[in-house]
Design a protein around this ligand. Structure first.
Ligand code: DGY
Length: 434
């Protein structure tokens, strides 16, 4: 086994906490929803029991209405803010009675993660038995999303908080925050005692993050009220791509299991509508990529980020349209001085290659794009994205994100955010096996 793979396994083993994984020590000391999905893919290569437990624990925190929270607070610690008391998700009558959690979700990756685990498994029968046990919960989650998060019945679901996007402080949200009159909160940041503040969101951004939570809390996390009142209400191409990819995986897994025709048909109906509206509403011809739509202010958010290319992972564009999307990606993000793929448009004035989701390269997005590019036959670019990912980890370690500028990587100090970060390790293992 290569040294790098050994190191990756060690990161995962160290972050394992008896039934679930933390993304990394101190900065993220609980279980995060989409992190768990990516982590399970890594574990599936060498410890299927842990991969399954990771998913089982996540689904155990599901609410009665099918909702899956973004953080599950398994332990008490003051190394993270905002914790369970600030979120107060027990205000929702159907929230989990067993676990404390947030009242927001994250990109729905669990469906396609189950299929990835199945593909990796060497004991297909046992893995299919596991999938049989959990698949209905994932279906219920999709049902929750399409039933409660699509007020205009378009086939696209909204997110009501930037933390639901996974791309927490992307410049895409700046215009929305400018419409908000958030109070100045007094609170003690914890993240900036673990990580250089220049790599994290600003205090003013945190005011907005907390204000959106307060509005949801004031309305007991009621979805209808949130749809009516949240100042942040966005149709996000990354979130919807993950859902569409997961719909397809659930269809294929239900077919494998046999039976449950009603669910397969319902998934197919969601899928057909979603793909159609996605292509009609979220593709910007002039930009040549997919963009976000601000449902609250009824306007497209015309920025290019790595999320703009994620629909290729979910087979959303036609072959012709995929060609346009990949061309835009290479023209804007594929400069030879840049590693693929910056999280935000390097040609934009808002680009910041050090600051979280405002520019750095992220391993999970690279993994998504790598698999999407392969699907459409772009094997050379896929290979480049894979090699870039391996190289930045080899040079710097298993960081949370990395400077996209090649020139910054000469002394091994171009990894930012948390170190020994679980999904960087997990998806590296998967890339090395692919
Ligand atoms: C954080 O605390 O920055 C998390 O990413 C929120 O999900």
């Amino acid at each position: 086994m290569s040294d790098l793979k050994k190191k990756a396994k060690k990161v995962l083993e160290n972050n394992w906490k008896n039934g679930f994984s933390i993304p990394c020590k101190d900065l993220y000391p609980f279980q995060w929803n989409w992190d768990s999905g990516f982590i399970a893919i890594g574990f599936a290569h060498f410890d299927m029991t842990k991969a399954e437990q990771e998913i089982t624990t996540l689904l155990d925190a599901q609410w009665q209405n099918g909702f899956l929270p973004h953080i599950i607070f398994h332990t008490e610690t003051d190394s993270y803010f905002p914790g369970p008391d600030f979120h107060g998700s027990d205000l929702h009558p159907q929230s989990s009675k067993k676990y404390k959690s947030t009242g927001m979700t994250q990109p729905p990756v669990t469906g396609f993660v189950l299929q990835e685990i199945y593909k990796i498994s060497k004991n297909k029968k046992a893995t299919l038995n596991f999938i049989k046990e959990v698949i209905d919960k994932v279906y219920d989650n999709h049902n929750y999303l399409y039933t409660n998060r699509d007020p205009q019945n378009e086939g696209l679901v909204y997110i009501y908080h930037n933390w639901e996007s996974g791309t927490d402080n992307s410049p895409i949200w700046d215009d929305i925050f400018a419409t908000m009159e958030s109070p100045e909160y007094e609170f003690k940041r914890r993240d900036t005692s673990h990580v250089d503040p220049s790599q994290r969101p600003s205090k003013r951004e945190y005011d907005h993050y907390l204000h959106i939570i307060d509005i949801a809390k004031y309305n007991n996390y009621d979805d209808k009220k949130i749809a009516e009142l949240s100042p942040f209400l966005v149709q996000d191409p990354l979130f919807n791509s993950m859902l569409i990819k997961s719909n397809q995986s659930l269809i294929e897994l239900y077919q494998l299991i046999g039976g449950n025709q009603d669910r397969i048909e319902q998934l197919q109906r969601w899928q057909d509508k979603a793909v159609k509206t996605f292509n009609e509403k979220l593709f910007d011809k002039e930009i040549g990529a997919y963009i976000h739509y601000d449902l609250r202010n009824e306007k497209p958010l015309r920025f290019v980020s790595s999320s703009s290319f994620s629909p290729i992972f979910a087979n959303i564009p036609s072959k012709e349209r995929a060609e346009i999307v990949v061309k835009t990606m290479m023209e804007k993000f594929g400069n030879e001085n840049q590693y693929l793929c910056a999280s935000f448009d390097p040609t934009s004035e808002h680009f910041n290659p050090k600051k979280y989701w405002r520019g750095p390269v992220w391993v999970n997005l690279n993994w998504i794009l790598y698999n999407g590019l392969k699907q459409y036959g772009y094997s050379d670019i896929a290979k480049k994205i894979k090699e870039d990912t391996i190289e930045i980890i080899e040079k710097n370690g298993f960081y949370e994100y990395f400077d996209s500028r090649k020139e910054m990587h000469s002394d091994g100090n171009a990894g930012y955010g948390g170190n020994d970060f679980s999904w960087s390790a997990a998806l590296l293992i998967d890339l090395l096996e692919s």
